[in-house]
Design a protein around this ligand. Structure first.
Ligand SMILES: Cc1cc2nc3c(=O)[nH]c(=O)nc-3n(C[C@H](O)[C@H](O)[C@H](O)COP(=O)(O)O)c2cc1C
Length: 386
């Protein structure tokens, strides 16, 4: 598949994968991307996941017309990209393997060899791989999202080979908007490393990027400011969408009823909102939405003086990813000693730049006049500009 006249796609689509990285649901499968770059010499960028070696090597053979390949560039060592390095090395015994020193150390640990006789180190910013007529310039990207990661910038077509950055869930032929599944992917997988992402974005600003070829999802060839702009917002933990995300849990339905009534208030005021039942819906999407929206409402039942387990999971997932810089409202429910708001407030207070809306709604079992009044007050606060 053509990206440019001299850059071709040779990756594969995994349509059967149930869970990416062991826990992310991928209803539209996953792509393991690989590219061929042709100068006077030819480089393949990254291998593909286990079980796809034959298809990948066939793709390479088809695109090269069976000619030799000179280099395999290893941008990232996660097994979904590195599982077929050995197969490649056997199929192309003359080819040299390029990557960071840390990547070779991982190769030894994963596959028992670090190719000391045929390796090329691309470990430092500015290290170059000369393909004849074009060069790949190294941009180190530690913790985006493993320590060994490098990106490379192609001097001929201005393409950034971005490793996992700018990737998304879903096969390359999935017909869906990029933003949503790229955001879920980003906050799930790289979210914790905003600072590192920002440092890479800064380094990249010196290059005239005309295309981005990530290791998952589609190659990006148009409207690059949109994707770079979103990465700027996400990595800075700034809200992307002015609106309200409500994450809630409910055992018997009364907290859910309060959330429905709150949604009614927001709806009537024309405020954009999204509500998710944390026990029933995808937690990675709840994490994504928490980072996406400017205002957050967390509503949960008191559960043995703590919060209901899926709310605990959301809170710890947010803490793990450096959640910060948001205004949060709390709704709690409890039949004899409501305590969930206190627990949520304490957990959230340990995160950076978190503020709370004035009104905390306490429901004792089911909504009554006074809790309904508090809910309305909270609705008013949520509708005011921040
Ligand atoms: C296992 C379990 C533990 C609970 N622990 C507490 C508690 O510590 N304090 C309290 O006030 N209510 C506790 N509750 C009661 C619920 O918080 C309460 O009934 C609440 O109204 C449920 O709201 P819901 O209708 O949205 O599920 C507990 C309920 C269950 C099932």
């Amino acid at each position: 598949m053509r990206i440019t006249d001299t850059v071709k796609y040779v990756g594969v689509n995994d349509r059967k994968l149930d869970l990416f990285e062991g826990h992310y649901i991928v209803p539209n499968g996953m792509a393991y991307n690989s590219y061929i770059i042709s100068g006077e010499k030819t480089a393949v960028c990254d291998s593909v996941g286990e079980g796809f070696g034959d298809e990948w090597l066939e793709n390479i053979k088809r695109e090269t017309g069976g000619k030799p390949v000179d280099f395999l560039v290893v941008h990232h060592m996660e097994p979904d990209h590195s599982s077929n390095i050995i197969r490649f090395a056997q199929a192309y015994p003359e080819a040299r393997i390029a990557g960071s020193e840390k990547a070779f150390a991982m190769m030894k640990r994963f596959y028992g060899t670090d190719f000391s006789d045929r390796r090329i180190l691309l470990s430092k910013d500015g290290d170059r791989l000369d393909l004849g007529g074009r060069e790949l310039i190294t941009v180190t990207a530690p913790m985006v999202h493993w320590p060994e990661v490098i990106m490379t910038y192609d001097t001929k077509d201005g393409i950034l080979f971005s490793a996992d950055a700018f990737g998304k869930f879903g096969t390359t032929d999935t017909d869906e908007e990029w933003d949503c599944e790229a955001r879920r992917y980003y906050f799930g997988i790289v979210g914790k490393y905003g600072m590192q992402v920002r440092s890479v974005l800064k380094k990249l600003s010196q290059y005239d990027i005309r295309g981005i070829c990530p290791l998952h999802g589609p190659a990006l060839t148009e409207d690059l400011d949109h994707y770079l702009g979103l990465y700027d917002i996400w990595s800075d933990y700034r809200p992307e969408t002015d609106g309200v995300f409500i994450g809630y849990t409910s055992v018997y339905g009364h907290t859910a009823q309060a959330v429905r009534e709150l949604c009614g208030i927001l709806e009537s005021r024309g405020v954009k909102y999204e509500a998710m039942d944390l026990a029933r819906e995808d937690m990675a999407e709840a994490v994504e939405n928490s980072f996406r929206y400017s205002r957050i409402v967390l509503a949960t039942t008191t559960y043995n003086m703590d919060v209901f387990p899926p709310m605990k999971t959301l809170l710890s997932s947010l803490a793990e990813r450096g959640f910060r810089n948001r205004r949060i409202a709390l709704i709690e429910n409890g039949t004899w000693a409501p305590n969930a708001a206190k627990v949520m407030r304490e957990t959230l207070s340990s995160m950076k730049d978190i503020t709370f809306f004035d009104t905390t709604v306490t429901i004792q079992s089911s909504l009554n006049e006074s809790s309904r009044e508090a809910l309305k007050k909270l609705g008013d606060e949520l509708c005011m500009p921040l």
